[in-house]
Design a protein. Structure first.
Length: 152
């Protein structure tokens, strides 16, 4: 559980390095929270949207849910996790000895049709790869491993 909330404690820290555990547990926390909010939106909000005047079928349900109180809760959560998400991603890139500007490149590349899919897959793989062993230009190894050789 500590790994899930660590990015909130380091919410605006764009320097240093973050382990895979910190990055992926924070991603898991976001998936869980968004899934719960979506169930609430389409469970409670969907019925409210169907009862809206002039609403017809699914379109009215989606509109009522998104712009109802629960939809605002989703927007609030997105605003709360925006800076910590960017910060933990930049620190994860630093752990791979890459500049944080790679994230901006991935965002821009992700907007291009077809290429965006490939960029997203490549970025996902990059985030899953282990960090640089030992210190790099962005700081010491977050695992605490010094410069000791593995097979000495």
């Amino acid at each position: 559980m500590d790994w899930m909330i660590l990015p909130f404690k380091r919410y605006a820290e764009f320097s240093g390095r973050s382990r895979r555990m910190e990055y992926w547990m924070f991603a898991l926390l976001n998936v869980i929270v968004v899934t719960v909010l979506m169930f609430v939106i389409f469970g409670a909000g969907g019925a409210a949207g169907l009862m809206a005047p002039g609403a017809s079928g699914e379109l009215g349900a989606g509109f009522g849910a998104l712009f109802g109180g629960v939809g605002l809760l989703m927007l609030l959560y997105a605003a709360i996790v925006l800076v910590p998400s960017i910060a933990v991603t930049v620190r994860r890139l630093h752990d791979r000895d890459k500049s944080g500007w790679w994230y901006l490149g991935a965002i821009i590349g992700g907007m291009i049709p077809v290429v965006g899919f490939l960029v997203s897959i490549a970025f996902l793989v990059l985030m899953a790869l282990p960090g640089t062993p030992g210190p790099n230009r962005f700081g010491p190894d977050p695992k605490g491993v010094g410069e000791a050789e593995t097979f000495a």
